[in-house]
Design a protein around this ligand. Structure first.
Ligand SMILES: *[C@@H]1O[C@H](CO)[C@@H](O)[C@H](O)[C@H]1NC(C)=O
Ligand SMILES: *[C@@H]1O[C@H](CO)[C@@H](O)[C@H](O)[C@H]1NC(C)=O
Ligand SMILES: *[C@@H]1O[C@H](CO)[C@@H](O)[C@H](O)[C@H]1NC(C)=O
Ligand SMILES: *[C@@H]1O[C@H](CO)[C@@H](O)[C@H](O)[C@H]1NC(C)=O
Ligand SMILES: *[C@@H]1O[C@H](CO)[C@@H](O)[C@H](O)[C@H]1NC(C)=O
Ligand SMILES: *[C@@H]1O[C@H](CO)[C@@H](O)[C@H](O)[C@H]1NC(C)=O
Ligand SMILES: *[C@@H]1O[C@H](CO)[C@@H](O)[C@H](O)[C@H]1NC(C)=O
Ligand SMILES: *[C@@H]1O[C@H](CO)[C@@H](O)[C@H](O)[C@H]1NC(C)=O
Length: 295
């Protein structure tokens, strides 16, 4: 029983430690289900929308920090005029595909949620992730199914705000998330402007690792410290587990000894020879019994 209890404690400690490790590493939310949620929210929150008017979609409080807007356009209007909104500039000569009569465009600014939903291996995201998405639409349903659009004239321009910290030599580059998990890179066409040709999510990134020209000792020592701390934690937990196991073994051995002692005291004969060396109890009883023998 005792051993069992100690194992439970040990396992609990171990699992707590492991869950800390897992919790400490970054996890990424699914942006496709976010898109679906935002579409539903846009349909729910935008009553009787007028074509050509941009509406802000109100979001639940646990999405604070994101900004989402929606606009329904006539195919003809999009083709002939394009549209400017916030950070996005859609030029004329864009066609929906399939060629729907009305399309709805969803503009997303993921703000401080960007790095929760998008991750670029070996790069650091230095601007919010912006999304521009097209859906087919009707008078009844504002946002229905995701469609493509194709640009036949100028590209779509996305102007990023000047945010994020990066070294002077690390010019940000455009990152495009449109083909599944694959990230495409492109140079900016002018400072903080990316030109894109389809719907998707876009942001600016800089390489995470210092360029060889300008070794950055600070991030080096940071990484070193991280490993050192990790090593220390693992060592410490290992030690705790070892101590717990030792304690459990000692406790079990003691129990067994007491049980044996009890059995021996019932049997009588072996008691003296077995215990005399180890505890004071038998010798004390010997001392007490001696006078009665003399009498
Ligand atoms: C929509 O949100 C943006 C950014 O928060 C704000 O500047 C704009 O005034 C809002 N528009 C409407 C119609 O509420
Ligand atoms: C916000 O809460 C809703 C449930 O109320 C949940 O479905 C959604 O995932 C939450 N959003 C975030 C970003 O945690
Ligand atoms: C983003 O900022 C808002 C406040 O501006 C905050 O309520 C929200 O929790 C932040 N979200 C994240 C993921 O940090
Ligand atoms: C969008 O802005 C550009 C200049 O940045 C301008 O040439 C164009 O006419 C604008 N389009 C609309 C539909 O307002
Ligand atoms: C990130 O960089 C490391 C080391 O330079 C490299 O081994 C790895 O393949 C890179 N990952 C990606 C996704 O490019
Ligand atoms: C959007 O497209 C799908 C598939 O092509 C179609 O079933 C649906 O009715 C369309 N929705 C609208 C609002 O036109
Ligand atoms: C949009 O384009 C992608 C790839 O270019 C394609 O896989 C997808 O089927 C297209 N969607 C529609 C609705 O045409
Ligand atoms: C981006 O610009 C750099 C120079 O700043 C150049 O070396 C590189 O080839 C460019 N990449 C592309 C895809 O144009």
């Amino acid at each position: 029983m005792g051993l069992h209890r100690w194992w439970q404690v040990t396992l609990l400690t171990l699992s707590l430690f492991l869950s800390c490790l897992v919790g400490g590493s970054q996890s990424y939310y699914d942006h496709e289900s976010l898109d679906d949620f935002l579409c539903k929210q846009a349909n729910k929150e935008t009553e009787r929308p007028r074509t050509g008017v941009v509406y802000n979609v109100s979001l639940p409080s646990n999405f604070t920090g994101m900004e989402v807007s929606v606009v329904r356009l006539h195919r003809f209007s999009l083709w002939s005029r394009g549209m400017n909104y916030s950070f996005f500039s859609l030029p004329p000569r864009i066609l929906p595909q399939p060629n729907e009569k009305r399309i709805t465009i969803l503009f997303e600014n993921l703000g401080n949620w960007s790095s929760h939903y998008f991750n670029v291996p070996n790069y650091t995201i230095v601007a919010p992730v912006f999304g521009v998405m097209a859906y087919n639409s009707s008078e009844k349903v504002l946002v229905d199914e995701k469609i493509n659009f194709t640009t036949h004239g100028d590209p779509i321009r996305i102007r990023f705000p000047h945010v994020g910290q990066h070294g002077k030599n690390d010019t940000p580059i455009c990152a495009e998330f449109s083909a599944g998990e694959l990230v495409k890179f492109k140079n900016m066409t002018e400072p903080y402007v990316c030109e894109v040709y389809s719907q998707g999510h876009y942001t600016l990134v800089v390489p995470s690792f210092p360029s060889p020209k300008e070794p950055n000792s600070r991030s080096h020592s940071k990484r070193f410290t991280k490993w050192w701390v990790l090593g220390f934690v693992i060592g410490f937990v290992g030690l705790v587990i070892l101590v717990l196991i030792l304690l459990a073994l000692v406790k079990e051995a003691k129990k067994r000894r007491i049980r044996k002692m009890e059995r021996n005291s019932e049997g009588g004969e072996l008691f003296d020879t077995f215990w005399i060396g180890e505890t004071k109890l038998p010798s004390a009883s010997m001392l007490r019994t001696q006078p009665t023998l003399e009498n």
